[in-house]
Design a protein around this ligand. Sequence first.
Ligand code: FMN
Length: 197
Amino acid sequence: MSNPLEILKDNWLQAKSLKDASANFCSLATVSSAGEVSVRTLVLREVTDDSVVIFINNTSPKWQQLHDSKSFELLVFWPQLMQQYRVRGEAGEVPVDLMREQWARKPYDAKIIDLYYSECQPQSSVVVSRERLVSDINALKQQYPRDSDIAFPEIAKGIAIKANYVEVWHNSATDRLHERNLYRLSNGEWQQRTLVP
Ligand SMILES: Cc1cc2nc3c(=O)[nH]c(=O)nc-3n(C[C@H](O)[C@H](O)[C@H](O)COP(=O)(O)O)c2cc1C
């Protein structure tokens, strides 16, 4: 039975080659312990034969939500291809050595913001004002003027979603009878079912 992550990966390359503006993004929906749903855009970092990788930080609400509840779903939609993928699975951490390497490639300003989460305030917390945020960021830039001054912050996390459920939606341009296939991993084998579009 075909592996839906290979399908996703192949089509991701195609979306990128067609310069699809959404190619490098995904949406992640999570649920809090109180049952509140959140969804947000993230950069789609990597797709392997079994996982989809995103980068977040452990001061963020989504990190907490991924830990509090096993219920989440990652979605990608590529308009150039008119394809949608919905992925569920087990969220595991990217090994810290690998993450350190990846994080080193981030631009300076992105590293400074990670430092802010780590040393000033958690992501998504309320700040006194935009001015205060900017002045705290500027203070960090003065303290760490060069990219090489900034050490890898432990708050930076890579999440590898090891997929066990992938729903593939491919548009039918001619008759609206879109193709929907649900793949579930069962005893290490992908089982495919056809869904009503
Ligand atoms: C285009 C785009 C890309 C983004 N990429 C990321 C990302 O890769 N990682 C991340 O943590 N937040 C990213 N964000 C910000 C998130 O959407 C979100 O606002 C933030 O992570 C806080 O989410 P939370 O409060 O639900 O934890 C991105 C936002 C946009 C619009």
